[in-house]
Design a protein around this ligand. Structure first.
Ligand code: SF4
Length: 360
């Protein structure tokens, strides 16, 4: 806890808040690009204490929220029709597909297991040589190394009954898409966890090309307020730079070993983002040389785009155009126990964060 207390210190929070109040002179909109940051901003009441001329916009930083309906349906199809042992992170449990969630499919008899690591799925494959095991691999750049490693691990053990159903998304292409869609965003707080893997390199181009400050930021209240202050100082000076508030965790070069593992297994691909659409080179697919570990190829799953529930405005929320409270179903027809859309399911989803913490 040594490194947590100091970043939750109320005196430091007050100090950064006073500095922000001293520096800010006009209206600014800052988008945080990580569901963990959104959760922390809401849970810790930071949105309520910021000066009224600073607006935080919540970007598409929740990996569960941007996982398309079609791939959730494919995961359910694998478990129900192909009889595989379908494994995934627990967050995916209640996310609705077009017909049902993984939780409902499990209640109806499908063998669906929720794990903390894809390496556990490899162990399950070794223990069940007569069954196919598929890990439904969802996430940003942060989960990609472990998912890639599971394939290398399975290959090392000579397994032929393990494969991955990946739905990996990448932050920089989504940042560009959001900027091209909305000119109200003045600065970004970048996701510290993503940069701890990928480093800062990819963000320099965005800063230069779009003339926008990006501050790579952590997740605790002091981190967030310092990151917001750093962004505001740049905006008030009329400059745009890439800065690293989270340098205690994020080296400029990220984690080269983790990146090397990603590059060994994955290659860039177009990716559908739920609520946003298909973005070129914004996802990762398994390389053809490892196609025996690609569940979609192995089981002949055809890509399919499934229309969203028209009642849910998640797309607007993920682009920062609307807040959860703007949705007519928020807290009424849509709650964490009766979710209409993914942002109400995931602990990192903006709707769930507002439901749990902003209504208190
Ligand atoms: S409150 Fe529910 S229906 Fe509305 S945007 Fe959020 S997830 Fe969708």
């Amino acid at each position: 806890m040594k490194y947590l207390h100091e970043y939750r210190n109320p005196e430091l929070v007050s100090q950064y808040l006073r500095e922000i109040e001293k520096v800010v002179t006009q209206d600014w909109s800052i988008m945080e690009f990580c569901g963990g940051q959104t959760h922390s901003l809401v849970k810790n009441g930071i949105l309520n204490i910021l000066p009224s001329n600073i607006q935080m916009l919540h970007g598409p930083g929740c990996p569960v929220c941007v996982t398309p309906l079609g791939v959730i349906d494919q995961a359910i199809q694998l478990a129900e029709e192909h009889g595989v042992i379908l494994c995934s992170f627990g967050d995916m449990l209640r996310v609705p597909g077009s017909r049902k969630s993984l939780l409902k499919a499990r209640a109806e008899g499908a063998d669906i297991r929720f794990l903390y690591s894809p390496i556990e799925a490899v162990r399950i494959a070794r223990e069940n040589p007569g069954r196919e095991v598929v890990f439904f691999a969802v996430g940003f750049e942060t989960t990609a190394p472990a998912n890639a490693l599971s394939i290398l691990h399975a290959r090392h053990h000579g397994l032929t009954n393990y494969s991955l159903l990946p739905s990996h998304v990448l932050v920089p292409p989504a940042m560009k898409a959001v900027l091209e869609d909305d000119s109200r965003i003045h600065a970004f707080l970048g996701a510290g966890n993503v940069c701890s893997v990928m480093g800062l390199g990819e963000y320099a181009d965005i800063v230069r090309d779009y003339h926008i400050p990006i501050v790579i930021t952590g997740f605790e209240p002091v981190d967030l307020l310092q990151g917001i202050l750093m962004a505001i100082v740049q905006l008030e000076k009329g400059i745009h730079q890439l800065e690293n508030q989270y340098s205690r965790v994020v080296p400029d070069e990220g984690n080269p070993k983790a990146r090397q593992i990603i590059e060994q297994v994955f290659e860039l691909a177009s990716q559908e983002w739920r609520g946003i659409g298909v973005l070129p080179d914004s996802g990762l697919q398994i390389k053809a040389s490892l196609s025996e570990f690609d569940a979609a190829r192995k089981f002949g799953l055809a890509p399919k785009q499934v229309p969203e529930n028209q009642e849910c405005i998640a797309g607007q929320i993920l682009k920062g155009r609307k807040k959860p409270m703007d949705c007519p179903h928020f807290g009424k027809k849509c709650t964490p126990s009766t979710p209409l859309g993914a942002p109400m399911v995931s602990s990192e989803g903006a709707c769930a964060a507002y439901y749990h913490f902003a209504q208190e």
